[in-house]
Design a protein around this ligand. Structure first.
Ligand SMILES: Cc1cc2nc3c(=O)[nH]c(=O)nc-3n(C[C@H](O)[C@H](O)[C@H](O)COP(=O)(O)OP(=O)(O)OC[C@H]3O[C@@H](n4cnc5c(N)ncnc54)[C@H](O)[C@@H]3O)c2cc1C
Length: 479
């Protein structure tokens, strides 16, 4: 089966009928018609349509079936493959302004990275590389969509937490003829309940065998529950809520109520070392970071575009501090673009013939973005000032005071309705519930920024700087 259409995606998700809970009630009927999910499911469907109608640039031909497969499933073998992947990822990101952190390419990339790392599981106890490879092919040929959940509940993060019994984290409570039985919780699963499948992996650092696993299960597996946070979709038009009406992805807590994971879907279990090695030494990090950084470039372009448009609309571009704020975003954008190109340029073919982008520039780009993104949204607030709150709704403009509002809220060369449309974009991106969630999302994308920077500290290759110091120390010794 080649890449799917949006309609096929919606039909599949509705038919699944995953157990999704919201405000104490189970979501009933077609989830694609529920007000909290309608917008995001439609947006996701439009991504699939975009891919379906641009097969030449967005798909590749399956080596096993000849089917047209989404490029985000491609395991790159050449530098050209990496570039094709990036262009495809950015095309989808362009559609949402990079606001969909879980557009299907994210998890497709994760699965491709897992399949490209099976050598690490070879010969390891309780590891099944052939099942993982088979599942990758199964998923890509059906263009399956995924969510994932890796993180343990935030019950106790102290260094001595391992001394207490962990009674919350999803763990293996039984291994029987049919498969593993999983009980407990994980957080979060963005888009939980609106994807075909969910990939579950233990977070690095598992202390017990029962917490070391990797598997994928359909979203409607018996005993699997997705508990939603409050929805950030507001009732209103696209004018009023230009982003939240379309791209509110929803985050869910995942409860495993003694869920049976059939053996054919278990990729590893009860092996702490393999679970850690798979994460650290496999291609999960470089492939996934390449996808993330490519999307974040587009998101930064959106932020820059909105900030610049505010400047032009209220004519504040002559002030030096305004220019330097815009330049701050420009610098961030150019650095990220350069880092992604550097990662591609320094990519190397590994022993299994796979082209792996360089980790170091990608780690730095994504860790940098965790700091830059909140600053960029702050810049938009600082430039927009009261404009961020002078944002009547569409209904105000069509009401009795509409003409007056159009007049009083005008900008340079734009009438009130158009100026407010721009400021509503800015507000929904940075200050609405949806906007502030976006900021939290980017702060913690790919993990805690503090520990990510620790990783960079430990992995950074600084031989040149060290040699340079030696060079001068040696000079001193000579003299
Ligand atoms: C909007 C959103 C969507 C998400 N979606 C997903 C998803 O789809 N799938 C998924 O798997 N995950 C998802 N996550 C989870 C995300 O991966 C985590 O938020 C991230 O890894 C950080 O973990 P944590 O939230 O448990 O923070 P914690 O680890 O609990 O950290 C909380 C604070 O304590 C500090 N801290 C804790 N432990 C240490 C330590 N050992 N050393 C130093 N400081 C420490 C941290 O620096 C931080 O300040 C999502 C998160 C958000 C906010």
């Amino acid at each position: 089966m080649p890449v799917i259409t949006g309609e096929e995606y919606i039909k599949r998700i509705d038919a699944l009928g995953a157990e999704v809970w919201m405000a104490g009630d189970k979501v009933k009927g077609n989830i694609s018609e529920h007000p909290a999910f309608r917008g995001i499911i439609q947006s996701q469907a439009e991504l699939y349509d975009l891919q379906h109608s641009n097969k030449k640039s967005m798909t590749f031909s399956s080596e096993t079936t000849g089917n047209a497969i989404g490029l985000s499933y491609l395991i790159p073998k050449t530098r050209g493959d990496l570039e094709r992947r990036r262009r495809m990822i950015q095309r989808w990101a362009w559609y949402s302004g990079g606001l969909m952190g879980r557009s299907p390419d994210y998890m497709n990339t994760v699965l491709a990275a897992f399949a490209a790392s099976v050598d690490i599981l070879d010969g390891e106890e309780n590891c099944y590389p052939e099942r993982l490879l088979h599942f990758y092919e199964y998923a890509r040929e059906r263009d399956l969509s995924f969510t994932h959940t890796f993180v343990n509940p935030q019950s106790n993060r102290s260094k001595l937490a391992f001394m207490e019994e962990d009674v919350t984290n999803a763990r293996i409570i039984d291994r029987n003829r049919e498969g593993l039985i999983i009980k407990g919780a994980k957080l979060l699963a963005t888009q939980g309940g609106i994807t075909d499948e969910m990939i579950v992996f233990s977070a690095p650092g598992a202390q017990e065998n029962a917490h070391a696993y990797g598997f994928s299960i359909p979203s409607n597996t018996q005993g699997l529950k997705f508990v939603c946070r409050e929805s950030f979709v507001c009732n209103g038009s696209m004018y009023d809520y230009p982003f939240s009406s379309r791209f509110e992805e929803m985050d869910t807590i995942v409860i495993f109520d003694e869920v049976l994971v059939p053996w054919k879907r278990v990729f590893l279990h009860d092996n702490i070392r393999a679970a850690a090695q798979f994460y650290v030494k496999g291609k999960f990090v470089p492939f996934t970071l390449h996808q993330i950084a490519s999307r974040q470039i587009i998101k930064t372009e959106l932020l820059l575009g909105i900030a610049q448009r505010i400047v032009d609309t209220i004519q504040i571009g002559e002030y030096q501090h305004v220019q330097s704020k815009i330049v701050e975003i420009m610098k961030g954008l150019e650095v990220m673009k350069a880092l992604v190109l550097k990662a591609e340029h320094e990519a190397v073919v590994d022993a299994s013939g796979i082209m792996v982008p360089a980790r170091q520039p990608l780690y730095i780009s994504v860790n940098q973005f965790q700091e830059m993104y909140p600053r960029f949204t702050e810049i938009i607030e600082l430039l927009g000032a009261s404009g961020m709150m002078s944002i009547p709704k569409e209904s105000d403009f069509s009401g009795q005071l509409g003409k007056q509002l159009d007049h009083f809220l005008q900008g340079v060369d734009v009438k009130g309705t158009d100026r407010v449309a721009l400021f509503r974009l800015a507000w929904d991106l940075t200050m609405s519930s949806f906007g502030s969630r976006q900021t939290l999302y980017e702060r913690f994308f790919f993990g805690d920024p503090v520990r990510l920077s620790q990783t960079i500290y430990h992995m950074y290759e600084n031989k040149n700087s060290s040699d340079l110091v030696d060079h001068f120390l040696a000079k001193k010794a000579d003299s």
